[in-house]
Design a protein around this ligand. Structure first.
Ligand code: GUN
Length: 294
């Protein structure tokens, strides 16, 4: 049976570390980190995520501002709001919760965020800096995975890492981070996607398998090498009448059978998911202390 990589505990450890630093900053009379989040419209999942981010800020002693905007807001008005926050010296980090309504260009809005405040790590500047192995805000999910690998002392140098999924926010940056010269990194990386042929055979050669394609229980035990480390980024609701909520959460990996074969695995829930908020808070602390852009 594999080691269960506990993202819930690890994210709490990181939050405690950040809270300790915030308490020190307060004692030193320094700048309290301040995160602003813009939420457009009434999407249920987005409201839950943003609510959790604001709550986490409160728990660790950060200041936060939630800007709620109507779904009918124009692109121009949203861009003006981003500029206003860019120019506000009290705010260290800014996130615009995605998805945005269809009439608004995600690219235009992302590009408007000042890179120094882009604690989601979504702007071209931060993606480029990450790829160059410069100081950067790394996006929440890839950064969360990097921290889990580090804190569980998982060897990555010289290993074959197979990433399934090439999204801008997970698969693609993960492939860059695993290949870079450092730890975690120095892996031989294969980035696979919907056009990949022989995916099963490639997955079977992975020492580290990072699964972020968004298909429930896609990875089965026959796709996994004995002793592999398996990181599951997927999260899906499935109906379950035995639960009070009427549903349960599953990942992109068939957990029970893969856990029998892997040496370490992240569960869903309680694996990668909880790490994303810890990453965002960490980036906001870096922003307040001017550790990335100086
Ligand atoms: N929507 C889903 N994930 C994210 C995220 O990490 N940041 C933002 N801004 N929106 C999201």
């Amino acid at each position: 049976m594999a080691t269960i990589i506990d993202g819930k505990k690890t994210s709490q450890d990181i939050k405690n570390e950040i809270a300790t630093r915030v308490a020190e900053i307060k004692t030193e009379g320094g700048k309290i980190p301040h995160l602003a989040a813009i939420l457009v419209g009434n999407d249920g999942a987005s409201q839950t995520y943003v609510g959790a981010k604001v709550k986490a800020c409160h728990e660790i002693g950060f200041e936060s501002t939630l800007v709620r905007l109507d779904e009918t807001i124009s692109e121009e008005e949203l861009l003006a709001k981003v500029e206003e926050i860019n120019a506000n010296p009290d705010i260290d980090g800014l996130i615009v919760q995605l998805p945005l309504p269809k009439h608004i260009s995600v690219e235009k809005v992302t590009d408007k965020i000042k890179p120094e405040k882009d604690v989601d790590g979504f702007t071209p500047s931060n993606v480029g800096r990450m790829a160059l192995n410069w100081p950067a805000y790394v996006a929440a999910t890839p950064y969360g995975i990097v921290e889990l690998l580090k804190r569980y002392n998982i060897e990555t140098s010289g290993k074959h890492c197979v990433v399934i999924g090439r999204s801008h926010i997970v698969g693609s940056p993960m492939s860059i981070l695993m290949a870079r010269n450092g730890y975690p990194g120095n892996a031989t990386v294969t980035l696979t996607h919907s056009r990949t042929q022989n995916l099963k055979e490639i997955a079977q050669t992975a020492d580290i398998l990072i699964v972020a394609l968004g298909k429930p229980e896609f990875v089965t035990a026959d796709m996994v090498k004995p002793g592999a480390v398996v990181i599951d980024v997927g999260i899906h609701r499935v109906e379950d009448a035995s639960k009070k909520s009427g549903f349960r959460l599953i990942g992109d990996v068939k957990f029970d059978e893969v856990a029998e074969k892997a040496s370490a695995i992240t569960p869903v829930p309680g694996g990668v998911g909880p790490m994303t908020i810890a990453s965002l808070l960490y980036n906001t602390l870096l922003a307040a202390e001017k550790k990335v852009y100086g």
